[in-house]
Ligand binder design. Structure first.
Ligand code: HEC
Ligand code: HEC
Length: 188
């Protein structure tokens, strides 16, 4: 790389980009302890961040730092980052491949119940047809089962208070339908 630096200005720019990516990769090293070395969280109560939408990841880091989304674990970690770090970290993880957690597909009966509930609430209007998410709306397909159940419960009690609109929607959906949705989404 250094040898090539003399050749053109464009390569100097490339080099600068590479050096920055390294710093972010270093900052991201600490995340692997819980969110997984290979993108598979160390347990299913921890969300997948590899391959998640960048806009969504950024907003969560920002909200943890502000304390709008409470977490004794994530708040101190996010507090060490400035806005630019959060944007770069969000971008970094969004470009990794989404891991296959190998969770079982929901049974036909459960899947039908989930699809009906999701149509009547309109989840796909925001999370999109295959629950891949977009921008600040998260991907849900293939997310850890226990994490989905926990965060939905947290929306319902408003322990997760960073998006009151999602809390309203979750409260308007029956616990039965939500249980079916958790199984269905985890198995996608
Ligand atoms: C000690 C374990 C641990 C470490 C280290 C850790 N996290 Fe987390 N992270 C969690 C847990 C647990 C949650 C779920 C918090 C909750 O909802 O209560 C979480 C949630 C998140 C979320 C929200 C995801 C979603 O789907 O809503 C993001 C984004 C995140 N972490 C990013 C990071 C980044 C980036 C790093 C490294 C700089 C990191 N985490 C380090 C345990 C950890
Ligand atoms: C009006 C748009 C909209 C609709 C409709 C909607 N969502 Fe969401 N959902 C969002 C947004 C935006 C977020 C991110 C909230 C945040 O920033 O914390 C979210 C977050 C979530 C999360 C948290 C994911 C994570 O990684 O922590 C779950 C789970 C979820 N939605 C499930 C659902 C389900 C199930 C439905 C239908 C019953 C639904 N949503 C309907 C917009 C929507």
């Amino acid at each position: 790389m250094f040898a090539k630096l003399a050749i053109s200005g464009a390569l100097v720019l490339l080099f600068a980009g590479g050096a920055r990516a390294e710093t972010i990769a270093e900052k991201a090293q600490v995340c692997a302890g819980c969110h997984g070395e290979n993108g598979k969280p160390v347990d299913k109560t921890i969300p997948t961040i590899w391959g998640q939408q960048a806009g969504y990841l950024y907003i969560q880091l920002r909200d943890f730092k502000r304390g709008d989304r409470k977490s004794e674990i994530m708040q101190p970690i996010a507090s060490t980052f400035e806005r630019d770090d959060m944007l770069a970290i969000a971008e970094y993880f969004s470009q990794k491949p989404w891991p296959d957690l190998g969770q079982p597909r929901a049974s036909k009966e459960v899947a039908e119940k989930a699809i009906n509930a999701s149509r009547s609430v309109g989840c796909p209007a925001c999370h999109l047809d295959r629950f891949q998410g977009d921008g600040t709306v998260p991907r849900l397909a293939g997310m850890g089962r226990d994490y989905l159940a926990k965060t939905i419960a947290d929306f319902r009690t408003r322990a997760r208070a960073n998006n009151p609109g999602m809390s309203d929607l979750m409260l308007a959906t029956s616990p039965d339908d939500l249980a079916a949705l958790v199984d269905y989404l985890a198995g996608l």
